[in-house]
Ligand binder design. Sequence first.
Ligand code: MN
Length: 382
Amino acid sequence: MIDRRKILKGAAGASALSACGALGVAAQAGSAAAQPAARSYLRIATEEACSFPEIVSEMGLVAARGGTNLDMELITAIYGPNAPEVGRRAVAPLLDVGAGRIAEMDRAGVDMHVLSLTSPGVQMFAPDRAVALAELANDKLAAAIRRYPTRFAGLAAVAPQNPQAAAREMERAINRLRLNGFIINSHTDNRYLDEEFFWPILEAAEALDRPIYIHPRNPSDGMAGPFRGVSLPGYAFGMETSVHALRLLFRGVFDRFPKLKIVLGHMGEGIHFWQARLDRRYLSSSYASGYVRLSLMPSEYLKRNFAITTSGAESHEALEYSIKTLGADHVMWAIDYPYEPTQSAVDFLESAPITPEQKAMIFEQNAERVFHIERPAPRRRR
Ligand code: MN
């Protein structure tokens, strides 16, 4: 059990709790400069979206082609020729990988964004175009990091449409561009990474010792129907993504690639909530019906091959459960900027009833370890 009294005794915990309690967000923003609290950790946000003009215009072409599935409806509302103002407004903050974003980070005391090309990445483009635009996006991402080496890290875009080219780009992204891992926005043309077709990508990630962040997108066409009218980002994105992760697990991918590391956002997309049930039914499943015999229990893969982030899932109860079931070393902080507000993400973890050591792990140390963030970061504390 987490001992709240012990936390309240700690100066950092006490100041964070009072700052984020009854006084509210506005009061904290106003008092932050006047009351610099000693902070012994960086705040590294690990699922922070960006884009580039070339990607935005290509998304516009995809949207102009039209289509009726859930992804087409979403991107048409953002990038389409007749996109409503509220949709188009989403683009500008994505394109800012400079002063405006840094200013927003500074306002809330965020030290670093681990940037990634916003969903669905290059995964709705024709294969050759996707390969070229992943390279372009990764070059631009690396350039932004070079301009702000203490404020940005980055995950490379990947074009799963061409797994061999993707694997080559992954090698370049780590060894030449010095990026920190990879992001794949769940399914690609309704196909999932457990298919042998995609194994060069999994092999490359394992060999390069960098994680793949499986980021949500809308449910694939085969599971889309029932999700119409249900909160898409609030639930359906997580179902799509956690089913993807479970496909990797139950199809034996982690026996084939035991060192492969997968990161899931939004409090692990809820996958670990099911771990006892997954273990029980795995033990009593018949292997005759398409099940693969695994060398570990499902819950053991969750601990060995996964890390999760808190993006947009600001529940202290869910955080406490995640720490208990997976361990504090498996949880990283994220905002999901610009889709989620920065200050409330900071307040959420600062006010969490966890130990100062756990807070430092979740804000900083786990991200540094999982994403191999080695560049010197500024020790600006407040
Ligand atoms: Mn996101």
